[in-house]
Structures are given as structure tokens and as C-alpha cells.
Write a protein that binds this ligand. Sequence first.
Ligand code: 13P
Length: 253
Amino acid sequence: MARIPVMAGNWKMNKTVDEAVDLVKQLKSSVSGVKDVEVVVAPPFTALYAVQREIKGSSIHLAAQTLFWEKKGAFTGEISPLMIREAGCEYVIIGHSERRQFFGETDESVNRRIKAALGQGLKPIFCIGETLKEREEGKTFSVIERQLEGGLKGFGEKEVLPIIIAYEPVWAIGTGKTATPQQAQEVHRFIREKVGRLYSKDLAEKIRIQYGGSVTPENVKGLMEQDDIDGALVGGASLKSETFSKIVRFREI
Ligand code: 13P
């Protein structure tokens, strides 16, 4: 079964509401007519609703960048799965390395967030990846294994199917230092095999695994040529419609 590539733009803490609407307007026209690629944008919370209104009826899907697991209550500064869904999101990024690094997220809290997202019918984009130190110490696969087992703990096969796994080596994020297609493929293969061992071969073949970390129009093709790379989670290059639409149109490069 062919997996449909999914290209997601993680805008991180960038774009005011006006800027976000401008960008998505441009994007709508620059990716129109692209077939067999799913396009997702993840604006900051403040712009979700306005972007949702703009992309209605188009083929662009909306994601939030994180969520909190409780439904409502006294959790100042947090945002619930229900609120995110109501703002028009279909996806939610969970466990991004910046959240693990700067906001204390752990495999356990990531697991709770994924559970809450699934409970509200949101599809998680579940991020994993090793740091430079871990790679240099030869721990890449054990870190990936721990993050996968921790993040997916307690879920059955049906729950895992809508999840997109994003492999983002921390050393490649925002550094301009992309993993080579071979380095990325090696880890993607490992992830798919691990999903196969945890669940089934069938699920492993179906689940989509994105690569993230300094993806650009220049390197996307080589990455997408790899058997186990099913898309990209793009930071910097997703902030301009010109570069992001080229990534979405990787087949035309
Ligand atoms: P960059 O594409 O800017 O390296 O960011 C990658 C990323 O963190 C996407 O989530």
C-alpha cells in the first residue's frame, strides 16, 4: 500500500495573525493542484482560527503545535484538545524537541498528550530524535526506541494508525545541517521495524514517518527518494510560501 506523503510546516513562534493569513493565502494558490501530497500548516495558537477560516474548502490541513491533556480547568496558560479541535485543527504536533528541551516535556507527558489528542479525534504528529551528544555516543537507536516505547505506551494498533511519527534529529533542527538521506533512511527503517515489533507488520507498512531538520527545496528530493521517508516536518523553510510550496512540489524538482 502506497503511503501518501505528508508535508507539514511547523511555524513555531512566528507570524502574527495578519502575517499568518497572508502566508496561507499565498500558500493556497502556490500548492493548488498538487495531487497525492497532504499539506499541513501549524501556526501559533493565536492564528489558528483565522488560518482555519482562510483554508476552508482548500486542501490544506491545520495543526496545533502542542496541547495539554486535561479537558478544562485551572491550568493557566494551557490549551485543551477540545479547544484545538474547535479552532479547526485536525493534527497536533506532540513532543517536539524544543518542547522537550525548553519546557520539560518527557516521554511520559508526551504519552499523556498523545492519549488526550486521540481521545478528541486529533491526529498526533509525534516527534522523536536524538541529540548530537547521543548520536556521537552511539545511542541513536536506543534513544529512538525509548522515545517510541514511552510515547506509545498503552496504545493498541487502532489508536496508533492515525499517528504520524516525525523523526527530527535535534542536531539537524535549525542548524542547516541536514541528516544525509542515508542517515535519515537508516533511522526511519529502524522506526518502522520497531513499530512492526510493537504492533504488526501491517501497521508498520501503513504508518507514515516524516523527516524533520533543515529540510529545504534543495535537499527534499534526496530525502523523499528513500523508501521509509514519507514526508517532511519543516521549520524555517515553511515560513515562506515560495520555499514551502517547492518542498510540497518535490516531485517536480
Ligand atoms: P528547521 O526546518 O528550521 O530545521 O526546523 C525543523 C523542525 O523543528 C520542524 O519541526
